[in-house]
Design a protein around this ligand. Structure first.
Ligand SMILES: Nc1ncnc2c1ncn2[C@@H]1O[C@H](COP(=O)(O)OP(=O)(O)O)[C@@H](O)[C@H]1O
Ligand SMILES: N[C@@H](CCC(=O)OP(=O)(O)O)C(=O)O
Length: 366
């Protein structure tokens, strides 16, 4: 068995994301039978000693039938109304299912903002850690009723990858209605399963198509979430929910994505993937070489212009001379302060401005 599969099979802490397509159908709504089988597999893994966090889609799908809707709505307000009805049913169904084992569930609804802001990020982390310490299973979903279009996560695949990093998980399992990644859309026929993705070249020529009637992101969002997790050091298994029992025991099923050998620090991961940028610093070519190639801190001498209004502690985009973002970082000063420092060497600045504008530890090249 491959090293990646072995690491997923033995992971101490796992995030398992279950897609709408695996839990709901347009005609039947929420499928409690399928949900019970998933809870069985999740409970077995917990009893074998692993910590599990569940990211469950399906709120919109579960809310359609009770509202008399026969297709997934396109407009945001109806989707949010369906999600508010469906989330209640979904959380209740998970609660009832795990109660068969005497296991308590906790509902955790997150928006992109919660992950993007450092304080909320820490709060979410603490809640998830405490639920785990109390032997309860967290059932996470996007907070669909308050998230607006701009605030929405790409979808729950991305949310699951962010949560995996948030809780320091050792593996991410994505369960869908398809048994892995194919080189083309399997609904069109003639596509071949790719069992293992070890490097970006393994994805050459792969066509990731759209999802089903109830899913949102399709294969493209699973691929980008899998790469996000794998790049940050978390191995990923993608398979069908009907194979959950195998996925959560031997991991000998579906497609696995090998993790990068070194896990990115939690702070760098947040800067790179989760935080919203509040403004921009424009750099000259020498500063780009220093921060991107030599991994140095950013000093005022290499900054040519400031874009937007921001404060010390915000995440900003570092933009090269060709107007292309080259890095992101946590800025040490307010934008108004940096305007006074532009192009000046550190020695010419007052003593309280000798810290780098962005410290190398807070800086991630793109
Ligand atoms: N290259 C591909 N490999 C596998 N599945 C693909 C591919 N391209 C498109 N798909 C489709 O993506 C669907 C899964 O995405 P989606 O419906 O969003 O699932 P979920 O609800 O689990 O998030 C599958 O049903 C499959 O038909
Ligand atoms: N938060 C939404 C799901 C969004 C989503 O990403 O769905 P899916 O592609 O099925 O994982 C819901 O619960 O309906």
């Amino acid at each position: 068995m491959s090293e990646t599969r072995a690491s997923i099979a033995s992971a101490r802490s796992i995030v398992v994301k279950i897609g709408s397509s695996a839990l709901t159908s347009l005609i039947g709504g929420l499928d409690v039978g399928r949900l019970n089988l998933l809870a069985d597999a999740l409970e077995a893994r917990m009893r074998a000693g692993s910590d599990v966090v569940v990211v469950s889609s399906g709120a919109v799908g579960a809310g359609l039938a009770p509202l008399g809707l026969t297709h997934r709505p396109r407009d945001l307000a109806t989707k949010q109304a369906a999600a508010s009805v469906g989330q209640l049913a979904l959380a209740h169904a998970w609660g009832t299912s795990f109660a068969r084992y005497g296991r308590t569930v906790g509902q955790v609804l997150l928006t992109a903002d919660d992950i993007a802001r450092r304080t909320q990020h820490r709060n979410a982390q603490r809640t998830l850690d405490r639920l785990r310490a109390l032997h309860a299973v967290a059932i996470v979903n996007e907070n669909d009723t308050v998230a607006t279009t701009e605030l929405r996560f790409g979808d729950n695949d991305r949310l699951a990858a962010l949560v995996a990093h948030l809780v320091g998980a050792d593996a991410l399992v994505l369960l869908s209605d398809v048994d892995g990644l194919y080189d083309g859309d399997p609904r069109k026929g003639g596509a071949t399963l790719i069992p293992e993705v070890n490097s970006p070249e393994d994805l050459d020529g792969v066509v990731a198509g759209s999802g089903g009637a109830l899913g949102t992101g399709g294969m493209a969002s699973k691929l980008s979430a899998a790469r996000l997790a794998a790049d940050s050091g978390v191995p990923v298994l993608l398979t069908a929910a009907s194979d959950a029992a195998t996925a959560l025991t031997t991991a000998d099923v579906g497609t696995v994505f090998a993790a990068r050998p070194h896990r990115m620090s939690a702070r760098k991961f947040w800067v790179r993937h989760a935080a919203d940028t509040q403004g921009a610093l424009h750099l000259d070519a020498g500063a780009v070489r220093a921060v991107v190639d030599r991994r140095r801190s950013l000093l005022p001498a290499g900054i040519t212009a400031v874009g937007g209004r921001f404060y010390g502690g915000d995440v900003v985009s570092l933009v090269g001379p060709e107007d292309r973002p080259v890095a992101r970082g946590v800025v040490a000063y307010d934008s108004t302060e940096i305007e006074e420092m532009l192009g000046r060497s550190t020695a010419d600045l007052p003593a309280d401005m000798h810290r780098p504008v962005v410290h190398a530890d807070d800086l991630v090249a793109l």
